[in-house]
Design a protein around this ligand. Structure first.
Ligand SMILES: Nc1ncnc2c1ncn2[C@@H]1O[C@H](COP(=O)(O)OP(=O)(O)O)[C@@H](O)[C@H]1O
Ligand SMILES: [Mg+2]
Length: 378
């Protein structure tokens, strides 16, 4: 394939913070950006040259958007297969519709990866009464029941302490297609952000150490000296995932580290990921720049860490007592502020993040958490 050169127009389907940071990276490289959004004046629409507004199921409007660009990528994977097909008919799209089809559905995702010999959390599908009875008898409890489609930030998940509570858990999820996963007693959560280009070149960043609060990512740290022992194994798993799914673009692989130091895939996302935001400051090429390079067929950039970095998310809850104290948070000159341009600060909503680079991962984490705490000061 001929590379798509600077001056061309890149389309991003989805219009949140991931699209916004993709647009910043694309602009730096001299590309134009169009976004497709379900609402006007979106985080990405505020920076893209053109914002197409429509429903994610409106195939005519999506085709119109796809025709206006040289290549389409995603920041949101839960689009219908009809929409993905329409985009593929109009021209280039990376990653391909087959990647979205698999990674947007937890049963397809875990089945495909485990059939490829990759380690995933033990799971069974729950699609009907027969599956439910089989899962209740065959799975070791405690478990977590997750909707197969459409969950994020812990939404669509119910804890299932024992087999007897499985039926009511499934009712709680409206008896929609679901996956029953064994609850893993992990010591750590890690992720690898990997990128693969149209030429098959592969580049990885991680393992990034992640801490969640209320099922939402709270803190990411990389490189973490304690996690470096998992680097070879985690990156080998990431390579296996991208090659199995034939991904062109960025993919994040979330994994658990078990008590006996094994790695298990929790889930994958076919796009830049919240845990990779620290690559903007930590790497020569961020995950967003790598997404641009990969889908355009340019050589990939370098993701070696330049400095240890830590990232802390800023959720809408921070606004509950009025505007956060930005000046206080930025007192340390190593702290960087990213705000996504969202209009309303609902609790649990990702509004921005802080990143700190420092001489050690531990210092970066301590500093970024102190900066976030300072947002509450009056
Ligand atoms: N099988 C599991 N065992 C233990 N903890 C889990 C399991 N699945 C999910 N979790 C916890 O819930 C968080 C969110 O779940 P995840 O499957 O990543 O969904 P999403 O990020 O799409 O909401 C995980 O990061 C982890 O902290
Ligand atoms: Mg997750």
């Amino acid at each position: 394939m001929q590379p798509i050169l600077p001056g061309s127009t890149l389309g991003v389907l989805g219009s949140g913070q991931l699209g916004r940071m993709f647009a910043f990276a694309a602009h730096q490289l001299g590309y134009h950006v169009h976004t497709y959004s379900h609402e006007p004046n979106s985080p990405c629409g505020q920076v893209a040259e053109q914002e197409f507004v429509g429903d994610y199921n409106d195939t005519a409007a999506i085709a119109n958007f796809a025709r206006s660009v040289d290549v389409v990528t995603f920041e949101f994977e839960n689009i219908s297969s009809d929409a993905a097909r329409v985009i593929e008919q109009e021209g280039l799209v990376y990653p391909g519709g087959h990647v979205l089809h698999i990674s947007q559905h937890r049963i397809r995702e875990k089945t495909t990866l485990s059939e490829a010999g990759l380690p995933v959390t033990p799971f069974l599908p729950v699609r009907n009464q027969e599956d439910l009875e089989h899962a209740a008898a065959a799975m070791p409890f405690p478990c977590i029941l997750k909707t197969a489609f459409g969950g994020y930030d812990g939404k669509g998940q119910v804890s299932v302490p024992h087999a007897q509570s499985l039926a009511s858990a499934w009712e709680e999820l409206g008896q929609q297609e679901a996956i029953l996963e064994q609850r893993i007693e992990f010591t750590h959560e890690i992720s690898v952000v990997a990128v693969r280009s149209t030429t098959g070149e592969l580049c990885c960043c991680g393992p990034i150490r992640n801490e969640h609060r209320n099922h939402i990512l709270d803190l990411s740290v990389w490189p973490d000296p304690e996690m470096s022992r998992y680097e070879i194994a985690a990156r080998e798993i990431a390579r296996g995932v991208l090659e199995t799914l034939d991904v062109v673009g960025v993919m994040c692989i979330e994994m658990f580290v078990t008590r006996d130091n094994q790695l298990m895939i929790n889930e994958v996302a076919p796009r830049p990921h919240n845990s990779g935001h620290l690559t903007i400051e930590a790497c020569c090429s961020s995950q967003f720049e790598q997404q641009v390079r990969a889908i355009c067929g340019l050589p990939l950039g370098c993701m070696q860490p330049r400095h240890p970095a830590a990232m802390a998310n800023l959720l809408g809850d921070l606004w509950s007592d009025g505007e956060p104290n930005w000046v206080a948070a930025l007192q340390d000159p190593r702290v960087k502020l990213h705000l996504y341009g969202k209009h309303s600060a609902r609790p649990g909503r990702k509004m921005g993040h802080l990143t700190c680079v420092a001489d050690s991962a531990e210092e970066a984490a301590r500093t970024v958490l102190a900066a976030r705490e300072a947002l509450h000061s009056r």
